[in-house]
Design a protein around this ligand. Structure first.
Ligand code: EPU
Length: 417
């Protein structure tokens, strides 16, 4: 696997436009299967997970063209093959084929999805939501295998607020008979974007952006053109890069209010910023201040996907900071890498750690643990004194579109070898 070589200590300055959101583009590509007509999806990030998803769609019989950020999907010849190819196993998002295949064919069978090692990631919330719509689980040992005579609208209370389980539930409900009410729905910006695409296809989804979705099932959906929303997680990553190097970066192509809770933490740390309609500018700061706590939770709370990147900043703020990762039980693993760079912390349990700052990070050979921990390692390397080698960067390629190219334009010294 390729490595990054990063020479730290450069102040980052300039403007960066973020790419389309991975976590919006992946379910939207799956939702193109809900019709027989062609869809055109713009602003799709050029990342490994999107290429894996395109391979899966092609395996299922779709004609797919990906050029200059635009994906055209023609699902006319979609076949309900068991999606048991390797791709299903190595990407969590492949589970998002379940809802659309059930809606189109009333049966779906696939291998269990893999993905980042973030701790236990069951699919029970997916299965129970789809059971609520009338599907039956045929097998959940070797495969995920579900079928239904006809999906029927229903009152569904999600087992827990889960992004992809909510997406599967409402994708299936768009073609179910009658009205569905989904309570405890996830409301992340990428979930909202998928709803907007579905409504362009002719779906009738109300309550977008809330934890309460109402879906009036329709007989048929049509193809649609949609521009994927900007990646707020990539935006947060660049904002932290600016703060860590005490630079000035304008980040465009997002709704900055999607990250209000993160900007609150920036303010607590003494980092100034300027919000605009579609951008945020992070300004150079004076002495950093203590951030007592970050606690990840579902939107609009602090996103788990920015927990590792933000923790790098906490190694530079003074005093003790509590990191409370409420969602995943394997998302503090990367701290072992930060320790090699001189970070000081105590891990209290799989969900909580106390970071002691400020400690200047120094270069060391480190490794990526997952997509977001990988980005955190790049951030740590940008802030550290000396030259850091980061291995396993295939994880970063899964989720970030040309991270090194964008960072280079901002003045970073980063090379792929
Ligand atoms: N969970 C269950 N049962 C389920 C599903 C989830 O117990 O059936 C639990 C998980 O164990 C976890 C929590 O629910 O504690 C959250 O998982 P969720 O289902 O919300 O995560 P996901 O839908 O599998 C999406 C993103 C992740 C992101 C999480 C949380 C996509 C494709 N993936 O995963 O993104 O961390 O939501 O916001 O949208 C990433 O982009 O790097 C990434 C991992």
């Amino acid at each position: 696997m390729a490595k990054y070589i990063v020479q730290g200590g450069q102040k980052l300055e300039g403007t960066v436009k973020v790419s389309g959101s991975k976590n919006a583009a992946l379910p939207i590509l799956c939702a193109t299967l809900l019709t027989t007509e062609k869809s055109t999806i713009k602003n799709v990030p050029d990342i490994a997970d999107i290429h894996s998803m395109i391979q899966l769609l092609e395996f299922l019989g779709c004609k797919v063209k990906f050029e200059k950020g635009t994906v055209e999907v023609d699902p006319k010849n979609l076949k309900n093959k068991s999606a048991s190819m390797e791709g299903v196993c190595n990407m969590r998002a492949s589970v998002l084929l379940l809802g659309p295949l059930l809606a189109r064919f009333c049966k779906a069978k696939m291998s269990f999805p893999g993905g980042c090692i973030l701790g236990k990631r069951p699919v029970d919330a997916h299965l129970s939501a789809l059971e609520g719509l009338g599907a039956k689980v045929v097998d959940e040992n070797d495969f995920i295998h579900m079928q239904a005579t006809r999906l029927k609208g229903a009152d569904v209370t999600m087992k827990e607020i889960s992004v992809t389980a909510t997406e599967n539930a409402f994708m299936a409900a768009t073609l179910a008979k009658g009205k569905t009410h989904i309570r405890l729905a996830a409301a992340e910006p990428h979930v909202q974007d998928l709803c907007r695409y579905l409504n362009k296809m002719g779906a009738k989804i109300k309550g977008i952006g809330t934890h309460d979705l109402q879906i009036q099932g329709v007989k048929k959906l049509k193809g649609a053109t949609h521009t994927v929303t900007g990646d707020y997680l990539e935006a947060g990553t660049f904002a932290i890069a600016a703060a860590l190097t005490n630079g000035k970066i304008k980040i465009t192509g997002i709704n900055p209010h999607d990250l209000d809770i993160v900007w609150n933490k920036f303010a607590e740390a003494g980092i100034e910023y300027k919000l605009d309609t579609n951008s945020i500018t992070i300004l150079p700061h004076g002495r950093l201040k203590n951030v007592s706590k970050i606690r990840t939770a579902v939107f609009p709370s602090f996103p788990t996907d920015l927990q590792a990147p933000f923790t790098v900043l906490l190694t530079m703020t003074p005093g003790e900071s509590m990191v409370h990762e409420t969602l995943f039980d394997g998302r503090l693993n990367y701290l072992a890498e930060l320790e090699k760079m001189g970070a000081k912390f105590d891990i209290l349990n799989p969900h909580q750690a106390i970071i002691y700052g400020p400690h200047k990070l120094k270069a060391a050979p480190i490794s990526s643990w997952d997509i977001r921990a990988g980005a955190a390692m790049v951030l740590a390397a940008l802030a550290a004194k000396g030259t850091t080698e980061i291995s396993n960067i295939g994880f970063i390629d899964r989720g970030y579109d040309d991270l090194e190219g964008k960072l280079k334009k901002l003045g970073a010294k980063i090379d792929r070898v």
